[in-house]
Design a protein around this ligand. Sequence first.
Ligand code: DGL
Length: 280
Amino acid sequence: MSAAGAARCLDAIGVFDSGVGGLSVLRALHAELPGERFVYVADNGHAPYGERDDTHVIARSHAIARHLVNQHAIKALVVACNTATAAAIQRLRLDFPDLPIVGIEPALKPAAASSQTKHIGVLATRGTLNSEKFRALLASLQDQAHFVLQPCDGLADAIERDDAIKTEALCAYFTRAMGQFGSKSDEMDTLVLGCTHYPFANDVLRANVGQAVVFLEGGAPVARQTRRLLEARSWLAPEGAQLAPATSTVFGTTGNAGQLQAAIARWLQLQTGVQTLSIT
Ligand code: DGL
């Protein structure tokens, strides 16, 4: 390993989302890269992103990336939000050319490859579904499968607030609006969870679409891609290093710290402090 690689391998990886959704990606990062340190920022104070315009999402993504670079000298950035990836990742890569940046996109490609019926449901925010990036992805797969797209206004916010009644009502409404799920030839046998919040409504969605439907989310591929980018630069933590997630990760929020702390305890089974941040 070069001297530069040896120096950088101990630096942290920055991860951000509009709120708790990115914890579903962080969970995969902890599993894939147990020797790494992480800094997680939940932008709850400026969420949800999915129903806001691109200008807002780009400005927030930029401010958070700058914060992570300046305050934590991160060695890589994971945009753990489909909406922010769609709106802002190109700009982030231009503005931080030396920083490896990994984004997340709805798992349409794996869905088209694995679906038997080739009828695939996609749940995502309005912002993601309307983005140019998503439109291009969809166009590239149009001849391989039929995709039923469902914008889920309010669902990320209900999950964020841990509002079980609203989450159940919205999941039932959206999945019913999409059509028939199942394994007959004209039914959707695959459901893409195209927002990082939605894995936290997994059980509720499952109750609506049935056991046979395959759910696809993007956390594990993002974690593998992060490993690849760091490996290529010799910036990975030393082999065999293993840190406890409660001490390897610093959590911060621009919103309600108690809400994020409760979500971390519930979804990652970690008891840890959360810093309140002002990122402008
Ligand atoms: N978790 C984000 C995503 O993956 C969006 C949630 C929001 O609307 O803020 O798209």
